[in-house]
Write a new protein. Structure first.
Lengths: 847, 261
């Protein structure tokens, strides 16, 4: 965190100075480790074994917060009789269809609940004593029964005493009087089991009673200032604003079907139609009426998995025409850079918006394959348009950070020359499209453009779009009088309200720009919710009902946050209560209750269908209701816990230009490689490698190796090395340091090589891109790449093989991957990875 | 005007180099070249004419008190001009370009400096240097221009963990003493102040930018007992006078002895 969020890290330092224990778990010793109390060196990719070990420790030693677990989690729920755990099936859960390569999740469900039924997903049977062998608690215990300290040592390379010290420290600092927090970033997410890493942490925090309490929780640190906003609003292909699901071509042909498929009969998500209708009204305004289903048919629908890697693979095969690339540099920042550039070369047109001429804009004349002479600019037909972008100081707008807090930033100076904000670009593009099609508005295919509400205010000498007018639309308003709504509870499904993003509703209540608030901390309480605005409803800690016991009294005076006020008959607190304000702790829903009426007075987890924290996830994840240690796609050891080596649902792309190594014991690639950032640079370098003051701080691409590896491979500190995988080879300077340690696993020494990924071929300082080495492989739930743990090899010197990549053919006969025994039947030769959404070709190509 | 200064508490430094960049940006200093040194994460190497804040990175094969990380620790320290109470650069400057400001800081007036370089060899810390392109001597100004507008120096403003503390020197010295005592109480006995006053550093009579360190000064590339070369001036004159007297005695003596014959 000190490396990538130095300013946010000030709070960690303050906590440390006040006596908090900082534990840093990371394969390397970084600037965070330097100021932490405990550093835990871990093999990259083995975190589920480590976290599962902590779960085991908590259960073995009875350290869980009993009242919290019984009342606030689904630990007591009884699971379907047909359910079988990974302990029974050597690494698989019940329901794996080897034909389809997918899980049928019926057996994972709560006993007696049909997943497709319209009844609320609530556990029909529970055992509050947590003794029934079919209850979640006992299943959990059994699932992690072999995750002992010895296994953690063997799998993760963490010495036993150190592991036990960490587990004990965590347990001792949790409970009524004390809470502990987890913070993570892409070291956890960028794995084929990334989602399950976080799930294991969620289980720990639920067992210890740390969720919804001050000083507890799990904080996701993101990659840049507003990436939370990029999923909230969003820029993801499978989501509409506010995490409304994108309609699917196959299942959601009508609004009615869409509502039925996504509505929940219980919990807050039961309000879903109000959010969706208001959203459609925001998009299409007066044209959206009840009769035409609020113009639902105008929305594009998902006919396949259009996630990043699938799209790029399709581009590389010439099946995509155009691409907008805004503030992103995939030629450096995304996996298998050479394949990314192959994708760009096969487009008809590309639009790039950035502060500088980044590598992804220059791929056609400046790239390793062009330098080698393998590809010539004359061969590339892509028409590239580059638009200079305004920097954040040159435009109004907001950042949404990892606390879900929106903070407004104000334009300080005018953007230079033709540089403009994304907002300006998109709004003016929209106006031009409307003008372009205005003579063809009789054709139904142009109605979405015709009817799109696009009346944002302009302001200033160069007629820039007023960002506050967008915030107003995001907040929502009553259609009749245009007044901003107070919050999402005001939204209706009868077309009388419009709202761009329901979770942000309330950020512009009464026409006041809430994200722009800067009330200093000395003028408010310690929660400080008058600084900026957090979604939803300016609640700063989600699920904070859990900070009080089932009767509504804080678990302890020291950790009080919200509580039930019996006199006023409402919830009060330092934070805005994340609960229905007038619902007493004693409320229990009637048998035929629907929607939010099903939320009992002791159900803090209001977004879940049963109001409980899900230790066990009966539905919603592709790869299992409980996290299981699987090795990365490319590893250096057999899975010590199960026969199932890797995540059975991981996504692979079987292409000549995306070869994989052996799952373990690959003689050509014996080192563990991991990528990361440095404080001095920013992600793919577009914002730092063009600035001299940052570039001089870290001027060259380098790799970090231990003194032991340096001796073994004749690497000299300050010298050069070539790092190679089956995808590509790169050169880097060498930094020999004790901050990288060899791992001792099962009697063998395994070396790790660290690779910062900031450099590429343009800018003031240049170097080879670490991500050239990584292949396309992804987690099944959110299709995030596995870039934090893979294998490779390193040798001293610049080997003069001209840094080739697999896009030009296999690197060398001897490292052409041989057929190997994998843990699954060979994926069918589909150029798009199977992912739950099948590709459907319609007559006009992809809709 | 009370004397202003820096108290740099290196136990709070996270090595982020915001201080280096803030200083360069405020003063519009040029870069010093793009050189990969392989010296841990330190590619800046030293203070100089165009680098007025420099973060040192020290990888040590011994643990830090209060930390569980095997036999290893990594220390960071943001180095800066010390604005010594007796400044070697100031006392050796023949043109009077280097002055003591109303804030007690040592400031090089760029319009007076003739680039003679006497100051460079008189700094016991190797802080000040001449720029190749324009020949003049440059160093940290303690953000003189910002102080005159009631702002704090850029580096102190940028430091996210308040490792760099700016304020009245007396207050800083008191706070630093409290901090050292607190660290000692928590078991970190190796913490101490470097240059906090004339008693602990007679050679400079105390630094206006002093430090809290966790290892010997040499580990941070700081001199353990810096002495401003002009300080022993009186002694130097006295020694010379003594030597001259001695030589005169010897000369007269030898003449007298010779005359006896």
């Amino acid at each position: 965190m000190a490396e990538c969020h130095p300013v946010g890290f000030r709070w960690v330092m303050k906590a440390r100075e006040r006596g908090a224990t900082i534990i840093h778990v990371d394969p390397r010793f970084t600037r965070t480790s330097a100021v932490a109390n405990i550093h835990v060196p871990i093999r990259a990719g083995s975190d589920i074994a480590f976290l599962g070990g902590i779960v085991h420790y908590i259960l073995e030693n009875d350290r869980y917060f009993h009242d919290y677990v019984v009342n606030y989690t689904n630990a007591s729920a009884i699971i379907d009789d047909e359910f079988l755990d990974t302990e029974d099936l050597d690494g698989l859960f019940s329901g794996f269809d080897t034909e389809k390569g997918k899980y049928q999740i019926k057996s994972w469900m709560y006993k007696g609940v049909e997943p497709e039924s319209r009844r609320p997903i609530q556990a029909e049977r529970t055992d509050l004593t947590l003794q029934d062998p079919r209850c979640v608690f006992q299943i959990l215990k059994r699932h992690y029964s072999r995750y002992t300290a010895a296994i953690v040592e063997q799998t993760c390379g963490i010495p036993r005493e150190l592991f036990e010290r960490v587990a004990e420290t965590l347990c001792r600092n949790s409970g009524r009087e004390r809470t502990s927090a987890f913070c993570y970033a892409v070291g956890w997410t960028q794995h084929t089991v990334g989602v399950q890493f976080i799930r294991t942490a969620a289980i720990i925090q639920l067992l210890l009673g740390n969720i919804g309490r001050p000083g507890g929780g799990i904080m996701a640190l993101r990659g840049h200032a507003s990436i939370q906003g990029s999923t909230d609003i969003p820029t993801l292909y499978n989501l509409l604003p506010g995490y409304l699901p994108m309609p699917k071509t196959k299942h959601d042909q009508t609004l009615e079907k869409y509502m039925r498929n996504n509505e929940s009969p219980s919990g807050w998500w039961g309000e879903f139609p109000k959010y969706m209708v208001s959203f459609l009204k925001a998009y299409f305004g007066d044209a959206a009426t009840k009769e035409n289903n609020w113009c639902y048919d105008y929305l594009p629908t998902l006919n396949a998995d259009h996630s990043h890697m699938n799209t790029v693979a399709a581009m590389a095969d010439g099946r995509r025409k155009g691409y907008f690339l805004m503030g992103e540099n995939p030629s450096v920042g995304s996996m298998n850079c050479a394949l990314q550039r192959k994708g760009l070369r096969n487009l008809e047109w590309l639009v790039v918006r950035d502060l500088n001429l980044i590598e992804s804009a220059e791929f056609w004349r400046n790239a390793p394959e062009i330098e080698r002479g393998e590809v010539r600019p004359e061969q590339i037909a892509t028409e590239v348009f580059f638009f200079p972008a305004a920097a954040h100081t040159e435009k109004d707008g907001s950042f949404t950070n990892t606390q879900r807090m929106l903070q407004w930033h104000h334009q300080a100076i005018m953007p230079p020359g033709d540089a403009r904000s994304e907002l300006d670009f998109i709004v003016h593009l929209g106006h031009r499209l409307k003008r372009l099609y205005q003579n063809e508005y009789d054709q139904p295919r142009n109605w979405p453009i015709r009817d799109l509400v696009w009346n944002y205010r302009m302001k200033g000498p160069i007629a820039e779009v007023d960002a506050e007018s967008v915030l107003y639309e995001i907040n929502g308003y009553t259609v009749a009088d245009g007044k901003p709504v107070e919050g999402f509870t005001s939204l209706k499904d009868d077309g009388s309200t419009a709202c761009g993003c329901w979770i942000y509703s309330g950020s512009y209540r009464d026409g006041k720009n809430m994200p722009a608030r800067r009330t200093p901390h000395w003028e408010q309480n310690w929660v400080a919710n008058e600084w900026g605005w957090a979604w939803p409803h300016n609640r700063r800690i989600l699920y904070n009902r859990a900070s009080a016991d089932p009767e509504g009294r804080p678990w302890s005076e020291r950790k009080k946050l919200v509580w039930w006020d019996e006199n006023q008959k409402r919830w009060e607190g330092f934070d805005n209560p994340d609960f229905i304000l007038d619902r007493p702790p004693s409320y229990r829903p009637s048998k035929d209750a629907r929607g939010k009426d099903t939320i009992a007075g002791d159900d803090p987890f209001i977004m879940q269908t049963d109001g409980k924290g899900w230790i066990y996830v009966p539905t919603g994840l592709e790869d299992g209701p409980l996290p299981t240690h699987y090795e990365p796609e490319e590893s250096i050891m057999k899975n010590p816990l199960y026969g199932q080596q890797c995540n059975p649902q991981r996504m692979e792309w079987h292409r000549r230009d995306n070869p994989y190594h052996r799952p373990y014991d690959d003689p050509n690639f014996p080192c563990v490689l991991t990528t990361y950032r440095l404080t001095e640079h920013h992600t793919a370098g577009g914002m730092s490698r063009w600035l001299s003051w940052l570039s001089e701080l870290q001027p060259e691409m380098f790799c970090e190796v231990s003194p032991e590896l340096a001796r073994e491979r004749n690497l000299e500190n300050g010298g050069w090395a070539t790092i190679r995988t089956a995808r590509a080879e790169i050169e880097a300077r060498v930094l020999v340091t004790e901050r990288v340690k060899p791992l001792r696993l099962n009697g063998h020494v395994v070396h790790q090589v660290g690779l910062p990924y900031h450099w590429s071929s343009k800018g003031i300082v240049r170097g080879d891109a670490a991500n050239e080495l990584i292949g396309f492989v992804a987690d099944p739930n959110v299709s995030i790449q596995e870039s934090k743990a893979f294998t490779g090899t390193i040798e001293a010197g610049r080997t003069g093989r001209n840094r080739r990549a697999a896009t030009s053919g296999p690197l060398a006969p001897e490292i052409n991957p041989m057929p190997w025994e994998r843990d699954l039947p060979e994926a069918r030769g589909n150029h798009e990875a199977r992912h739950g959404c099948k590709t459907v070709e319609t007559k006009e190509g992809h809709r | 005007m009370p004397t202003k200064g820096f108290f740099t508490d290196t136990t709070l430094c996270i090595g982020c180099k915001a201080c280096e960049v803030a200083c360069k940006q405020w003063n519009q200093l040029p870069d010093d070249g793009f050189l990969f040194t392989a010296m841990s994460y330190d590619n800046t190497v030293s203070l100089g004419a165009s680098t007025w804040r420099h973060v040192a990175f020290i990888e040590r094969p011994e643990p830090l008190n209060g930390q569980v990380a095997g036999d290893f620790s990594w220390l960071f320290s943001s180095d800066v001009c010390k604005h010594c109470a007796r400044a070697g650069c100031l006392e050796s400057c023949p043109t009077g370009a280097i002055i003591r400001t109303e804030f007690g800081s040592v400031y090089v007036q760029p319009d007076v400096c003739n680039g003679c370089g006497y100051c460079v060899v008189n700094c016991p810390f190797g802080v000040i240097d001449r720029r190749d392109d324009d020949g003049r001597a440059w160093k940290c100004t303690l953000c003189y221009d910002r102080l005159r507008e009631n702002m704090i120096p850029a580096c102190a403003k940028a430091c996210p963990t308040e490792s760099i503390k700016f304020g009245d020197l007396d207050d800083l010295r008191a706070a630093a003493q409290t901090r050292v005592e607190q660290l000692h109480e928590n078991g970190m006995h190796e913490a101490y102040l470097y240059g906090a006053g004339a008693e602990s550093q007679p050679g400079t009579e105390g630094l206006h930018a002093f430090f809290l360190l966790a290892d010997r000064p040499e580990v941070y590339n700081l001199p353990p007992d810096p002495v401003v070369p002009t300080k022993p001036g009186k002694q130097a004159w006295a020694s010379m006078g003594f030597a001259m007297a001695g030589m005169a005695l010897a000369a007269i003596g030898s003449v007298l002895l010779g005359a006896r014959r």
